[in-house]
Structures are given as structure tokens and as C-alpha cells.
Design a protein around this ligand. Structure first.
Ligand SMILES: [Zn+2]
Length: 373
């Protein structure tokens, strides 16, 4: 089973600067490549390399391997929907592989930057350390909004005697309902809602106060600090919330003898790189990733198989008749099939489609282990 382990990097000031510059340059290159791909309607890595590789290296000064990773990132994002030019945020996550990243012992990782290789200390939790012997050699380098650096490392964990099942429960992640299962369970308790509203309100108040100060020509310094504190508190709350939801999902699946179907991880890069299209009422990339990771590892511990499925068109496809059309989704929350008239909540539709894709992906039921994404 593939899991993703989060480790926190502790770069010194010079190293942080090098990481910043690298992430920015990488995403700049991605945006340039995306424009070229979009103009040519080309998403094939091999073909893109032919016209973009040399120029990416010269224009952006990326190393050979980084240039190839940038091309791969763009092709992966673009091939999902050719009507949209992928956009890469300045500090969007960037990919590392075994040629640009290598672990040097239990607390140091060497990462390739524009300034050469940097040996960067890192820390990780106890659970992560247990899984860490199975590193696959791929990772996303993420700069969180609070300025902290993380590596999201893919690990391949041997199956912990998974419960034998070919049945899967699809789960869709959203904003209003953090998670919706295909049974129709909406996981977002009242207490959770109230707390979220509280933080939303607090942010608004602080935002207004900062605006007033700025208009009066004063710097909203202490307000900025209060905003930062609020954000950190909210992040801790959300983490707890995600733990609770993940626990419920895994318990439900285990209790009903099912595995869990989730959107595959490529979805996370789409969320940060592509605008419009499938974007429903989505969790942000970070929150999505965290919730997904918690579900994955709690499932691994409980022996519940997890299958990752292609997230394309999950909210546009009718679970009753299979008809797929953009207009099937009338609004953020409403789904109405243009072919058969089936009506439902868009999140539930998403969960059902994810579930049916997960079931369909298990072709040989003799060994009911997880299927590689
Ligand atoms: Zn239909």
C-alpha cells in the first residue's frame, strides 16, 4: 500500500532561501511550459520534452532532471483537461524524485536546488518513522502558508493483513461536508461547524480591523500577529477535525467489511494548478491532503484496503445511468442528470462514482489487497 508520510524540513536561513528560489523558478518554468503545451494542445511528455526541454534549461536555469520533472508536472496537470491551461501558483508544491532527493540517514535529506545540493535537517513523528523504511523515492516539496517547509514522501508499506473484500465505500471530500460517504453519511459534526464559523468570524473581524488601520495610514502590525495566531489555532483545530473524520470513515468501512475508495493523489496537484473545471466545493490542497493521509494510515493500521481512483468527472457523472455531462451539475451542491433525471447532492454523487470506480478497479478477487493507484 502506498502511503504518504509528512516530514518537516528545518532549513537554515540560507537553505530556506535556496528552496524558495527553486520552488519559484520551478513554477515559473511550469507556467511557461503550460502556455506552450496549451498553444500546441500537446500533453505527451515525450513530445513536450522535444520542444520544451532545451529552452526550459536555458531560460530558467533548471538542472536536467528538474526540467524533466517540470515537464512531467505540466503534462500530468494538462492531460486531465485540455480545455484548461494549467496554472501553477508561485509557491505551489514541486516534485522531487530519487535523482533530485536523497535521504542521508534518519535526520537529513539532500535536495537539489538552484544553488546545488543542500543537506537539510528534518523531523518527523513516531508513526512516520515506522513507515519510513519503505521510501519509494518520490516526494512533493511543500511550502505551507505559515512559512514551514514539508516533504510529502511516498512510501510503500507492506499490507498489514488487510480484511479480504472486493467491496469498497466511496468517499468524497468537500468543504461544506468535509467528507461524504456513498452511504450518504455527511461527516461534519455540529460542534465542528460551530467552531469553523467561530474562526471564520474571527478572521473577518481581524480583516476589517486591519483594513481600517491601513486606511488610517497605520500599519496593522499587532492585528497581523493576531491573525497569524488565529490561523495557527485554526490549523490545529482542523487537524483534530480531520483525525476525527478519518477515524469515523475507517470505522464505518471496517464495520461493514468494505475497503475505502478515494480520489487519487494527482487530484491534489490539480487542485493547486488548475482553475475552474471540476472545482466543486473543494477542500484546499493542504486540507485535502491531510484528511486523505489520515484516512490512509488509519486504514492501513486497521487492515482496511484503500483504493485510489481517477478523480476526473466524479461530480458530472450520473451514478444511476452513467451519463457524463457538465450540465448534470446544476450548482455547487445540486446534481440533476440530463439523461435520466436522477437528482441528488453533488457530494453524494461524487462519493458514489468514486465507490463504483474503486469496485471496478478490483478485477481479480482472489487476493483482495489494495490495487496500486
Ligand atoms: Zn442519469
Amino acid at each position: 500500500m502506498k502511503l504518504t508520510v509528512q516530514i518537516q524540513l528545518l532549513p537554515d536561513a540560507k537553505q530556506a532561501k535556496a528552496l524558495h528560489a527553486t520552488v519559484e523558478r520551478f513554477n515559473e518554468a511550469c507556467n511557461w511550459i503550460a502556455a506552450e503545451c496549451f498553444a500546441r494542445k500537446e500533453a505527451n511528455q515525450f513530445n513536450v520534452r522535444k520542444f520544451a526541454y532545451k529552452e526550459v534549461r536555458e531560460r530558467f536555469g533548471l538542472s536536467s532532471q528538474m526540467a524533466q520533472l517540470a515537464i512531467k508536472a505540466v503534462c500530468d496537470a494538462y492531460k486531465r483537461d485540455k480545455s484548461i491551461k494549467p496554472k501553477f501558483r508561485t509557491h505551489a508544491a514541486i516534485i522531487y524524485d530519487q535523482r533530485t532527493m536523497s535521504f542521508k540517514g534518519p535526520d537529513r535529506v539532500s535536495l537539489l536546488t538552484l544553488a546545488g545540493r543542500e543537506l537539510i535537517p528534518y523531523v518527523m513523528g513516531k508513526y512516520q518513522a515506522e513507515q519510513f523504511t519503505h521510501v519509494k523515492g518520490q516526494a512533493d516539496l511543500v511550502l505551507r502558508h505559515d512559512g514551514k517547509w514539508f516533504l510529502l514522501v511516498t512510501v510503500d508499506v507492506p499490507d498489514a493483513a488487510p480484511i479480504p473484500t472486493t467491496n469498497f465505500m466511496g468517499v468524497d471530500f468537500g468543504v461544506v461536508n468535509l467528507a461524504t460517504t456513498e452511504d450518504g453519511d455527511k461527516l461534519s459534526g455540529e460542534k465542528i461547524d460551530a467552531t469553523r464559523r467561530h474562526y471564520g468570524q474571527r478572521r473577518k473581524v481581524l480583516g476589517r480591523a486591519a483594513g481600517a488601520k491601513r486606511r488610517a495610514g497605520r500599519r496593522p502590525k499587532n492585528i497581523r500577529r493576531a491573525t497569524k495566531r488565529t490561523k495557527a489555532k485554526e490549523a490545529r483545530f482542523r487537524k483534530h477535525e480531520n483525525h476525527c473524520i478519518a477515524k469515523q470513515i475507517v470505522a464505518t468501512a471496517k464495520g461493514t467489511g468494505r475497503g475505502i475508495g478515494l480520489e487519487d493523489l494527482e487530484g491534489i496537484r490539480d487542485r493547486v494548478s488548475a482553475r475552474g473545471g471540476e472545482q466543486r466545493n473543494r477542500l484546499s490542497g493542504w486540507a485535502f491532503f491531510q484528511l486523505r493521509t489520515f484516512v490512509e494510515y488509519k486504514a492501513a493500521l486497521a487492515g482496511v484496503p484503500v483504493v485510489a481512483v481517477d478523480p476526473r468527472n466524479t461530480s458530472r457523472t450520473c451514478p444511476e445511468c452513467g451519463h457524463c455531462e457538465k450540465a448534470n451539475r446544476k450548482s455547487q451542491s445540486e446534481f440533476e442528470c440530463r439523461a435520466c433525471g436522477h437528482r441528488s447532492h453533488a457530494d453524494l454523487v461524487g462519493a458514489r462514482i468514486i465507490g463504483s470506480r474503486a469496485r471496478a478497479s478490483v478485477t481479480a478477487p482472489k487476493h483482495a489487497g489494495p490495487v496500486p493507484a
